[in-house]
Design a protein around this ligand. Sequence first.
Ligand code: BES
Ligand code: MN
Ligand code: ZN
Length: 476
Amino acid sequence: MSTLKIDVRTAPLGSPDLITYFVKGDALPAGVPISEFDGTICSTLLLRDKTGRTLVVGLGDKEKIEPDTLRRATGAAIKHLLKIGGTEAALDLTLYPDHVAPAVEGAILASYKFLGFGKDPSKKTRGVLDKLQLLVTEHEVTNARVQAHDAEIIATITNTIRDIGNLPGNMLTPPILAEKAEELAKDRANLTVKIWNERHLARDGFGGILAVGNGSAHPPRLIVLEYLGAGKKDKPVALVGKAVTFDTGGISIKPGAQMDEMKWDKMGGLAVIGILLAAADLKLPINIIGLIPAAENMPGPDAYRPGDIITTLDGKTIEVLNTDAEGRIILADAIAHARLTYKPSAIIEYSTLTGAVVMALGYRRAGLFTSEDKLRDALVTAGKTTGELVWPLPVDEEYKEGTASEVATVKNIGGREGSACISASFVKTWAEDVPFVHLDIAGTAWTTKPPAHLEGGATGFGVRLTLQALRAGLPV
Ligand code: BES
Ligand code: MN
Ligand code: ZN
């Protein structure tokens, strides 16, 4: 990834491409008919004159402008600019001094594209954003610098985890993910990493992570990141993220269509890694523990099988009736470890857990399952600010019936009806009385039909949402 230079200025320096924002009803540039540009959000209009290029981007209706409007519109403009070879942009933010952060985030997020391993890198088909100037009035310079600083940290780290997330299963196994987490955490203050390999997992009784990982030649890991930004005595918040580096379904194997997308079944874990890295860089004054159970779900001679009974870390048992419901099994161990070892004030868990949540909510909103009203409200609000929308779904006691088992504490699947809720109820079992939030990000963790402001692939969903909630002061 390139290193971007960001500058806050009152006038452009050199000859960057200028990006200006347009609200519906604004006067059109001379010679442009309304049929060509009406200011719809994310629509763009390229103008050229002797001084250079100006890209006008629509913000839609004035009354509806919110932070995410600037984020998306800036993203769409940057994506357009990169396509036409641009490398230096100046954003005219003089009218939007309080939306500098989302504009910077939008620009950085839109400038990321997974390069892959096929094309000759010398035959670039698209520019790389090298320089970004932020134009504001004199008395907003300090305000803009503060916003840009934090936004750059958050968006750059999001791109880092998107880039790891887009690696396919053969290139990103659980041991490789653990190494990457170690490398990324290494030089950051107040951040430490602990890795459990397969021997450590067996020694300590992580029966769930071991069972799911057993079919693969690439053994499972548990990655724990500890960020201490407050006093040692302050209770931490625990973040748990599912990292199935590839989900074939195991013995209950998945159909072939779109199975490649299951390389993104690790995005919950990567979101947690991203949140911890950013918290350290932002020096948040809180303690956070990140727990990432990582396994590859494969069929094979040693794979776990339907009918197996697994003992998890805290002694609760699981009757396996479908090896494709594997995420909840590795999460069980990690949630138990969070509760028993760290006594957290709350546990928030991120997983691409069910196809059912995609049927319920589609690709724009993640399912939010919690019985804690204040946590729910904090996350819904943070979702609106960041554009990482979450929608509350129930996880009441009634869903426990769905996973009642004759031979174990629970079975790992219920019926199809309400299965996103039943799955949420399953993972909640291991949190016991610790305030718990489950975020099912199956529909939002990656995109194969990218919107105007993003490239396809991993989105990094959850990073900005959670940092926003944490910075606003999570009510725990
Ligand atoms: N990783 C999948 C969930 C998933 C499916 C995410 C499609 C995104 C798109 C998960 O491990 C899984 O396979 N869930 C099953 C559960 C079922 C067997 C109870 C599902 O949703 O079909
Ligand atoms: Mn699965
Ligand atoms: Zn899965």
